[in-house]
Design a protein around this ligand. Structure first.
Ligand code: SAM
Length: 211
């Protein structure tokens, strides 16, 4: 799977991508990530890519042309490409969507906005879907892009180890506990549910299904 991120802030991704499962997936070549900074695709001598909104209003809007050129570079002659514009008003992203993206496409282009958002002509020109990671407004599309990369990567066969994928199937709405069996904070003692220590796997499975 190849992720192509159009972003003003590629540096925002580095620490998370250098960690844990995504780091391993990158090292194994199971996923690849490419960045396209709109500033590299503008004719403006100062590499400026934001301007005030037509019709007034607060903040700055990202200009369409530089983004469209960046996307054109990302798409090239590739096939099986999905273009997504990150927006708090987009369709809610979820695990089912992550699975579909992982199965159907080889290239996912994620366009991260900033400031007051992206000139609406980007969406019109690309006929691209807008996607949201939740009903709240973040400062930029970098965190949403990272969340989508993470969730989609977990759906790619081999990215999770055997144990990890089993957890993926089983944990969803489950309480989990680890050592110690009990500890005190103030006057209260916190214990692991007895059934989990019983060794009775039938009962343990029944408990897990119920929690
Ligand atoms: N009023 C603007 C709007 O409704 O699009 C808010 C823009 S927000 C401050 C800047 C950028 O962050 C957006 O263009 C989008 O790319 C990204 N963003 C913010 N919240 C998001 C969310 N919940 N899901 C996906 N992207 C989001």
């Amino acid at each position: 799977m190849n992720f192509h991120i159009v972003t003003l802030f590629p540096e925002a991704f580095s620490s998370y991508l250098a960690t844990s499962i995504l780091k391993r997936a990158l090292e194994r070549g199971q996923i690849k990530i490419y960045f396209y900074n709109p500033r590299d695709f503008t004719d403006d001598p100062h590499r400026r890519v934001d301007r005030r909104p037509y019709g007034g209003g607060p903040g700055m809007v990202l200009q369409a042309e530089a983004i469209l050129r960046a996307v054109r570079r990302a798409v090239g002659k590739k096939r099986d490409v999905k273009i997504l514009i990150l927006s708090p008003r987009g369709k809610q992203f979820d695990n089912a969507g992550a699975r579909i993206l992982a199965r159907r496409y080889r290239h996912i282009i994620l366009i991260a906005g900033h400031y007051e958002g992206i000139d609406a002509r980007v969406k019109k020109a690309l006929r691209a879907e807008e996607i949201s990671i939740g009903p709240y407004v973040l400062t930029g599309g970098e965190l949403p892009a990272m969340a989508i990369i993470d969730a989609v990567s977990r759906q790619i066969p081999g990215v999770l180890g055997k144990g990890e994928s089993l957890e993926e199937e089983r944990i969803a709405s489950r309480e989990v506990y680890t050592r110690p069996e009990s500890f005190r904070i103030g006057k209260k003692t916190y214990r692991v549910p007895k059934i989990l220590l019983s060794g009775d796997h039938k009962k343990i499975d029944a408990w897990k299904n119920a929690h």
